[in-house]
Design a protein around this ligand. Structure first.
Ligand SMILES: Nc1ncnc2c1ncn2[C@@H]1O[C@H](COP(=O)(O)OP(=O)(O)OP(=O)(O)O)[C@@H](O)[C@H]1O
Ligand SMILES: [Mg+2]
Length: 888
């Protein structure tokens, strides 16, 4: 989401509800009052509570699905920091004893079988001692028995003290007992969907009315879904600089126009030619233009440039078209005379050449060829221009142009041109096989799988041995999850002599071995291919992006995560820097996945956002990206978004890409398990398991061992059967499955160690959390604490805030005092802290991006996270929170 927009985003449409809350809060100054805040997932309960509590001191706690067994979990969460010896001294000895099981700090001997009414009475006494106070409990649809009964008790025996107790929950998930208890006594605040006017206000005027309508429709007024949907906001208009140029003298204005035509940077002698004035006059004009900061000297080069590209554009647009044409002609001629390379002349030739000018056409083609690999979009424009000048069609130019279009992501025009070129191209033309192979790949990316297959097979009939065709066939099969069918084409790979096909064949061979055979046996092939890839230069790497992409997935599948992250990163960087956009969504998918594994959730989110926002990827890959989004949000504790994204992922992927579909099912499973929807989780995946590839099935069994407690042993056995103990990644999932099934700390620690070795911090932390819980249960307190602390630290770094909170809560349960939210700034990652500090210093996003060498988009993503973490909605809020931190 464009953060500029988000910053201004206020709480909308909840004025009445807030007023009602305030009203009851005022009454609660003198008496006990109960409020229930009720609404569907994502309607803004938490947000409303946040707004309400930002203005007062409150005791805040929340229930968590995983803690349904823990007595008074949300209350303990809210009160733990207020319950101390001082408070205990005001309670009776018996009450302190009773409460010791919930608050270890009370140092009683926790009692096993307590007479319940006495316990509730003791809790009520505790609350009375805390009065006057506001206690806010969120997510009480997940509250434990004891909390629910306590509320019931409080309804029947209202507290004889001023206190406001606010409970928020989802109506469809709450216990009947709780909602019935509240029905009589509590003030009910129901949060429905936002109105159309609210949505309009939330999105603001920068979103077009059409888009606002669509977003309103699609979100159904649910602010949470709006968040995920409203991610295509227009940039603010660029400032006009024309006024600045209007004040120039005649010669200065002419020289400025000439300079704008000349290029990004220029020498005075060239400008003299273009402007048709003396070099002396140019130098004089430059003095004035530099003094006005229209032009700047390029340090130590004797060249000049405009202060900013936009200013140059304004100057260029200000010149009359006819004059500009002449200027380009003069500069092209001058550059030719001094022997400048075609690439330098091309941009002037493009703007001045005439139909039939053979020399100009050759210049453009030469220039286009020179930059085709590194700037395909620009090369395409020069090829296009060359074709305009030519009197007859040239199949080579047409094919080369088709490649440039395709590589730069203009797939439709590319496919049309390839189609036409293949019709006229001789059977033995050397470009024929590469053209057909690339066309097939592009068709595949557009979801036209049958057409792609047809084209490939018909070309293979013509040239059965052609390496590009065989490579493409393997790639095609791999993407469809039918790698086995591709084996014969790999066996016939060119011999070992290193030639230009060695790298992609080795890469695809490694992938096929990984998915079709024993993964451990594939390790060598993967490592060999990885070494070859690493020895390739950047241009080769670019040429074989799709094959290297498959190799990087193979690296993931054998647990070489660091290697995969490195390769995906390099692939994305090279593709982006060189404008090879056709495959970028796939690469970003791989990269974002590698980020999740590495626990770099913020980077993962940025990668998925980039792919979804800027490239409008085709349904299959779009679904795959949503799958990673699901997984990322799930680790971050955003369960509703995660589950929704997972569902959309599976729907979007459909049947065409079984490997992507398997992955997405596993991702949804993770989200359901994290969300605590265990029954749903099991139900959704069970019938699909047979179709899921063995590796993903192994990962799924691990989650099922947790979710499906009745059959946990079965899933652990299944995991054991699927796992190869020689691969650490398998050990992680196998031993976690066993750890869940048997509540076995040692198994969990074994999984943690394996996860640590191969760099899976989220799983390592999960394993340590589980180990810590088991150890605590076994009374091994010190060991438990060590694991829980390690888990908390890791979850924190990975921004898995809810799991972090769970690990903290487990420590508290062992009687350790952990600061409640910690210093707020500590919850920011180091990078976010950098950004936050620059925000406080008053920097704009653009300035922050420049200082930290990030893209503006990344800065925006960081800001979104900073706002969310600090619970603020604008830059001033960030400054406020950080300032208050520094005072502490
Ligand atoms: N009235 C509002 N104005 C602006 N933003 C809102 C509003 N309500 C909610 N949001 C935003 O929508 C998102 C979802 O809201 P929130 O997390 O409060 O929902 P919730 O009802 O508590 O969901 P759950 O039941 O899953 O906990 C948040 O990003 C929140 O900031
Ligand atoms: Mg909530």
């Amino acid at each position: 989401m464009a953060v500029d927009h988000l910053e201004r985003r206020p709480l909308v449409g909840r004025a009445a509800e807030l007023a009602r809350l305030e009203e009851v809060a005022a009454q609660a100054k003198t008496a006990f009052r109960l409020v229930e805040v009720v609404g569907e997932p994502g309607t803004g309960k938490t947000r409303l509570l946040g707004e309400f509590t930002s203005k007062r001191l409150v005791l805040k706690g929340r229930a968590v699905e995983q803690e349904r067994e823990a007595p008074f979990a949300p209350l303990v969460d809210a009160l733990v920091d207020r319950v101390d010896a001082g408070l205990a001294s005001r309670l009776s000895e018996a009450e302190t004893q009773l409460l010791a099981s919930a608050f270890p700090v009370l140092e009683g001997t926790a009692q096993e079988a307590v007479v319940k009414p006495r316990l509730y009475r003791a809790m009520r006494s505790l609350l009375r001692e805390l009065a006057p106070a506001t206690v806010v409990l969120d997510d009480v649809h997940w509250a434990d028995e004891a909390t629910i009964e306590l509320v019931d008790y409080l309804v029947r025996h209202p507290l004889p003290a001023p206190m406001l107790l606010v409970l928020a929950y989802r109506p469809h998930q709450v216990s009947f007992r709780l909602s019935r208890a509240l029905a009589d006594q509590a003030v009910k605040i129901e949060l429905g969907p936002l109105s159309k006017a609210d949505v309009d206000q939330l999105l603001g005027p920068t979103v077009s009315p059409h888009a606002r309508n669509r977003l309103y429709e699609e979100s159904g007024g649910n602010p949470f879904y709006l968040d995920t949907l409203a991610r295509e906001l227009p940039e603010s208009a660029r400032a006009t600089l024309a006024g600045e140029l209007a004040g120039l003298g005649t010669t200065e204005a002419l020289v400025a126009k000439a300079a704008a035509v000349a290029g990004e940077s220029f020498e005075p002698s060239v400008i003299a030619h273009v402007a048709e004035v003396s070099e002396q006059a140019v130098l004089q004009a430059f003095d004035d233009l530099v003094a006005r900061d229209v032009l700047r000297e390029v340090e130590g080069s004797g060249r000049f440039r405009f202060r900013h590209g936009v200013l140059r554009q304004v100057a260029y647009d200000g010149a009359a078209a006819g004059w500009r044409h002449g200027a380009h002609t003069r500069i092209a001629a001058y550059l030719a005379k001094v022997g400048a390379p075609a690439t330098r002349r091309a941009e002037h030739v493009v703007r001045s050449a005439k139909y039939g000018d053979v020399e100009a056409k050759d210049t453009l083609v030469t220039a286009a060829r020179a930059i085709a690999t590194n700037q395909p979009a620009k090369a395409a424009s020069w090829y296009e221009a060359a074709r305009q000048l030519a009197t007859e069609d040239d199949v080579d130019i047409r094919t080369e142009l088709a490649f440039c279009h395709g590589v730069s992501g203009r797939i439709m025009p590319a496919l049309e041109m390839f189609g036409a070129a293949l019709k006229t191209m001789p059977e033995d033309h050397e470009s024929r096989a590469p053209a057909a192979a690339f066309a097939a790949l592009l068709a595949h990316l557009r979801g036209e799988h049958d057409w792609a297959r047809l084209l490939l097979t018909s070309e293979l009939n013509r040239q059965p041995e052609a390496p590009p065709l065989r490579l493409q066939l393997v790639l095609d099969a791999a993407m469809k999850g039918e790698a086995r069918t591709a084996k014969p084409f790999l066996d016939a790979a060119p011999d070992d002599d290193r030639n230009r096909w060695t790298v992609p064949f080795a890469a695809l061979n490694a992938y096929v071995k990984t998915v079709e055979g024993n993964r451990f046996d594939a390790v060598k092939a993967v490592n060999d291919a990885a070494r070859m890839v690493d020895a390739s230069d950047d241009d080769e790497f670019l040429t074989w992006l799709p094959a290297i992409h498959m190799l990087s997935w193979a690296e993931v599948l054998i647990g070489q995560h660091r290697l995969a992250l490195r390769h995906f990163t390099k692939a994305v960087d090279l593709a982006r820097d060189n404008g090879h956009l056709y495959f970028l969504p796939q690469l970003l998918h791989g990269l974002s996945f590698a980020y999740v594994v590495a626990g770099r959730t913020a980077d993962g989110l940025a990668a998925v956002e980039e792919a979804l926002e800027s490239m409008h990827p085709q349904a299959g890959i779009r679904g795959a990206l949503l799958g990673v989004w699901c997984q990322l949000q799930s680790w971050r504790g955003q369960h509703a978004t995660a589950v929704r994204a997972g569902r959309r992922a599976i729907a979007a992927i459909g049947d065409a890409h079984p490997p992507l579909a398997s992955l997405a099912r596993n991702q949804l499973l993770l989200a359901q398990v994290h969300a605590g929807n265990h029954a749903k989780a099991v139900e959704e995946i069970r019938e699909h398991l047979p179709k899921i590839d063995p590796y993903t099935r192994l990962a799924s069994c691990c989650l099922l061992a947790k979710a499906d407690t009745a059959h946990a042993k079965h899933w652990a056995e299944e995991a054991d059967r699927l796992a190869d103990g020689r691969l650490d990644v398998d050990v992680v999932f196998r031993d976690m499955a066993a750890a869940y099934a048997d509540n076995d700390a040692d198994k969990a620690l074994n999984a943690a160690a394996a996860a640590e070795r191969i760099g899976m911090p989220l799983w390592e932390a999960t394993a340590r959390l589980h180990a810590g819980t088991c150890l605590a249960r076994d009374g091994r307190r010190d060991e438990a604490l060590r694991e829980l602390q390690a888990a908390a630290a890791m979850f924190n770094v990975c921004e898995a805030s809810e799991l972090h909170a769970t690990a903290v809560r487990e420590q508290r349960r062992l009687g350790v005092r952990v600061p409640h939210t910690g210093a707020l700034a500590n919850t920011l990652s180091p990078r976010e802290l950098d950004v936050a500090e620059l925000v406080c210093a008053g920097s704009t996003n653009q300035q922050i991006a420049e200082k930290l060498v990030l893209s503006v988009r990344t800065v925006e993503t960081h800001l979104t996270h900073i706002f969310a973490k600090l619970g603020v909605t604008n830059r001033a809020g960030v400054a406020r929170v950080l300032a208050s931190q520094n005072e502490d």
